[in-house]
Design a binder for this molecule. Structure first.
Ligand code: CDP
Length: 206
């Protein structure tokens, strides 16, 4: 059985949580594609060339816990504007999308570029202020003491870079369900996503 759920949206909109819950509900595999860009970004902070790093990327690098820092997020969004970096990461993502047993991919360009034929498509968003507050709380739990204002500035800088770049800019796909989670609890957002996937023919795991 092949079935693909594609989820796009900006930083800290809730994509990752929704993607993991959908994958669990339907018994699908999950790929957080942001980790690919974060892994390449982290290598560039160590001095690597971004295109060479993307071409040689080893999936084991995705398990590095340091990829979740704010510094790596900024480095990721800088390498993500490079068309050759995106091209080097394309085949891996497309193959994952079509793996047997079903797949959920979350990122910025899954519906628009990586797999426009995905059976179920969502664009998950929320206001920049709400997203910054969510990310600020996450970072604080990890011992990062940057201020809410700084996190908001980071979120806005990445939003601008992600949506204004020429290579695969972030935008909602025509057929995607738009889910604004600004005023939703995570449970409500997950329920809405699951209902959409079921409406598109996804069958929950027994
Ligand atoms: O978790 P968060 O939403 O903050 O970020 P992420 O999904 O891990 O993505 C980090 C950065 O990678 C983003 O700001 C994008 O610039 C880039 N990215 C991308 O260009 N395309 C994707 N499919 C996924 C991430």
């Amino acid at each position: 059985m092949v079935f693909t759920v594609a989820i796009d949206g900006p930083a800290a909109a809730g994509k990752g949580t929704i993607a993991r819950a959908v994958a669990e509900h339907f018994g699908f595999a999950h790929l957080d594609t942001g980790l690919l860009y974060r892994a390449v970004g982290a290598l560039t902070l160590d001095g690597a060339d971004p295109v060479a790093a993307a071409r040689a990327l080893d999936p084991i690098a995705l398990e590095d816990g340091r990829l979740r820092t704010a510094e790596v997020a900024q480095a990721a969004s800088r390498v993500a504007v490079i068309a050759e970096v995106r091209a080097a990461l394309l085949d891996f993502q497309r193959a994952f999308a079509r793996r047997s047993g079903g797949a959920v991919l979350d990122g910025r360009d899954i519906c628009t570029v990586i797999y426009p034929d995905a059976e179920a498509q969502l664009f998950v968003t929320a206001s920049a202020e709400v997203r910054a507050e969510r990310r600020w709380k996450e970072l604080r739990e990890k011992g990062d003491d940057r201020s809410l204002a700084e996190v908001l500035e980071d979120v806005r800088a990445r939003d601008a870079r992600d949506s204004e770049r020429e290579a695969a800019p972030m935008r909602p796909a025509d057929g995607a369900l738009l889910l604004d989670t600004s005023e939703m609890s995570i449970e409500e957002a997950v329920d809405a996503a699951i209902a959409h996937v079921e409406a598109k023919g996804g069958i929950p795991r027994a």
